[in-house]
Design a protein around this ligand. Structure first.
Ligand code: PRX
Length: 676
């Protein structure tokens, strides 16, 4: 463990043991939480080397970024490589933003080519470890070559600028190669998380009109092989999708079906191409990728990001929030199928010329210390993971960490959900040895990059808060009328100005874009999260206030699970709510009424869980199915979710029930034991 000196808490309360009491708020939906009132300043050692090293410097830069975005972002954007300079920084007609108007650039050039002229040429771009234990180090020069060759494979298959390519791959370097190759020729990628089902792939392929799918025979997860190619086969069965070719990487070596004229092995295709592939100069506002995420309807939204603004924000946050330096070994544990994997495993760190570590498998394979072994072995300096993982590590016990030297770490980060102070303190003390600042980064698929986050050398942190807005982010907490709420009052989190990496739309659904994000408050982006600000102006994120759950850091629409349930022959009606879960943040509870004549049983409950897994994927597996004779509804027929949430969490029912159509329904539900 670390021999370096621990950072000292600075508040007056620091000398006393932290005030601890069980609460349910304080920035998390999880149950047994602590309030931790201490404030943690970065150590002098950290500050000395940090790019932004004081609150005053942060405040000055933040003020300039809001007051004079043209100047601020114009200056920052010059750090990227443009093939044609932009003429105007921002053109904003709510809800449509154009950043760096007139400029042209290529993302793969910014992530690769521009590092080849100096010492970074032979530096590790990606360090990879497979779950079974293979190791690979890929230099910038090699990655460039791999990307160029694979871009030529795409061209061979007639993929061109503006086309959509779905990537459904395990966590292997080729996933990043496939993404970067798309950007090289101006094709858009849509990465689908490897834990999603065949049906989910089909929905996405169809929605975005993909002509190619890139996949692998399989991937390793907790010692087992995930049948990726089989899922793609099932998704494309019937031939009613626009997909013309499927490129298959050989990863596990298992037998897979190869459909003549449609499926091609990755390694064979490489034999036909060379390593020269000029990059296509893309307009700054050219579409870069689509990433599907859950909303409050049954249909996932294809979030659209464009080129210049997205890349700049990923680059800038990697520079200022992770404070990446040339000698860092940076590890983001997210899967490439989520936005975190896009911005902070691939685009941000590579645009910075950093070394990005990638690990294929589970944190507890073969044993609970896999992550700590990796940190020790590669000398990881910056580590970015999710609160749900931290809570699992805590549960597994400190002895797993104690076996390893984690003293290389200098900065820690979290993302995906509110972190409960107890987990924050454990992360700080046990993983960070008390010396590493923690950046708790609040953002979303839609925002493209960090929005509210500590700047580690400048902003003192408090366990459980994402602290203050990043540059260019004008965040506020408001009531339903758009008026800022008072100190410590809860309200809705809004962003009042456009920012470079904001989503540019929902693929194929202009109205939904306007309605979902820009209609609650005229001219402002509504994030769907509740929050409060404390006396120092710090933002405490409460969590989603729409019908979206956050299960182990993954977004899941209750409507998606409901529509999966009612697609089962036995189900008449379903209502899905979240309940606090110690490990996952939220668990999925389904209230189900069955059709006439169907008998409820434990078997049926298991079958419904499996059915949801099959329709959406393992991420959506319900924790509990509760059969009910009826669901509580208002007289106008609306399901009263508020009551169901209280029942699911075992709380005493609060609030108005006078609008209920049938009060007996509630009594019956509360009495029901759940599984049968
Ligand atoms: O509720 C917020 C929560 O995750 C949501 C965004 O989910 P997704 O688009 O899947 O992106 C996750 C990775 C960026 C947000 O609306 N969330 C994310 N980060 C935090 C968070 N809640 C609290 N604190 C965070 N640091």
């Amino acid at each position: 463990m670390s021999k370096k000196k621990a950072a000292k808490p600075v508040s007056k309360k620091a000398a006393k043991p932290a005030a601890k009491k069980a609460v349910k708020a304080a920035g998390s939906s999880s149950k047994s939480l602590l309030v931790e009132n201490r404030v943690f300043k970065p150590s002098a050692d950290f500050v000395k080397k940090a790019r932004i090293s004081s609150m005053a410097q942060y405040q000055k830069m933040h003020a300039e970024s809001l007051k004079n975005p043209d100047k601020f972002f114009g200056r920052e954007a010059k750090e990227l490589s443009w093939s044609r300079p932009f003429k105007k920084v921002l053109d904003w007609k709510c809800p449509n933003a154009k950043w760096f108007v007139g400029g042209q650039l290529n993302v793969s050039v910014n992530c690769l080519d521009r590092h080849l002229d100096g010492p970074r040429k032979t530096k590790a771009a990606i360090i990879w470890e497979g779950e079974p234990g293979e190791k690979r180090v890929i230099t910038y020069q090699q990655l460039h070559r791999d990307v160029c060759r694979f871009a030529n494979v795409l061209k061979r298959h007639k993929v061109k600028k503006g086309d959509r390519v779905v990537i459904y791959m395990p966590m292997v370097p080729e996933a990043a190669v496939a993404m970067l190759a798309c950007t090289r020729i101006g094709a858009m990628h849509s990465v689908v998380f490897g834990g999603f089902s065949a049906e989910s792939i089909k929905d996405r392929v169809t929605d975005c009109g993909a002509t190619m799918v890139i996949t692998a025979d399989g991937g390793y997860r907790r010692g087992a092989v995930v049948a990726l190619k089989k899922n793609v086969d099932d998704a494309l069965k019937g031939g009613d999708t626009p997909v013309k070719s499927v490129i298959v990487l050989r990863r596990t070596g298992q037998d897979v079906h190869i459909e003549e004229g449609r499926d091609y092995w990755w390694h064979r295709e490489l034999e036909y191409v060379d390593a020269k592939c000029p990059a296509v100069a893309m307009d700054s506002e050219a579409p870069l990728f689509i990433l599907y995420t859950s909303g409050s309807t049954g249909k996932p939204k294809g979030i659209l990001h464009t080129t210049g603004g997205y890349l700049l924000h990923a680059y800038m946050t990697s520079k200022y929030v992770f404070d990446l330096r040339d000698d860092d070994v940076y590890w983001c544990t997210a899967d490439i199928g989520w936005v975190t994997g896009h911005s902070y495993m691939v685009y941000g760190p590579l645009a910075m010329g950093a070394t990005s570590l990638m690990y294929e498998g589970a944190p507890n394979w073969p044993e609970n210390d896999r992550f700590w072994r990796i940190i020790e072995e590669y000398g990881v300096t910056v580590f970015y993971t999710a609160p749900t993982a931290i809570r699992a590590f805590m549960k597994w016990g400190d002895e797993w960490l104690k076996k390893h030297d984690l003293s290389s770490l200098r900065l820690l980060g979290t993302v995906g959900e509110p972190i409960n102070p107890e987990a924050w303190m454990w992360y700080h003390n046990q993983v960070g040895g008390g010396r590493c600042p923690i950046v708790d980064t609040w953002w979303q698929t839609e925002t493209g990059g960090h929005m509210i986050t500590p700047i580690p050398g400048a902003i003192p942190t408090k366990p459980g808060t994402a602290t203050l807005p990043f540059f260019g982010v004008d965040a506020a907490v408001v009531d339903d009328l758009g008026k800022e709420v008072g100190k410590d009052e809860q309200g809705k989190l809004v962003i009042r100005k456009p920012w470079p990496s904001m989503l540019r739309g929902i693929w194929g659904d202009k109205d939904r874009y306007q309605k979902t994000y820009w209609s609650d408050f005229k001219g402002w982006y509504f994030a769907g999260d509740g929050a409060r600000r404390d006396k120092d102006g710090y933002f405490w994120i409460i969590g989603r206030i729409d019908d979206v759950l956050n299960v182990a850091g993954h977004r899941l629409g209750t409507a998606e699970v409901e529509s999966a349930l009612v697609s089962h022959a036995a189900v008449a009606e379903a209502a899905v709510v979240g309940r606090p879960d110690e490990l996952k943040g939220q668990g999925v509870v389904c209230f189900v009424t069955v059709k006439e004549g169907v008998k409820t049983s434990r078997d049926l409950s298991e079958e419904l869980k499996k059915h949801v897994r099959k329709v959406i994927g393992p991420v959506a597996t319900p924790d509990e199915i509760r059969f009910a004779a009826a669901l509580p509804k208002t007289r106008s027929g609306k399901i009263m979710r508020r009551l169901l949430k209280q029942i699911a969490s075992g709380e005493t029912l609060k609030g108005d029930t006078t609008t209920l159509e049938d009060i007996n329904v509630i009594a019956a539900l509360a009495a029901a034991s759940g599984e049968d």
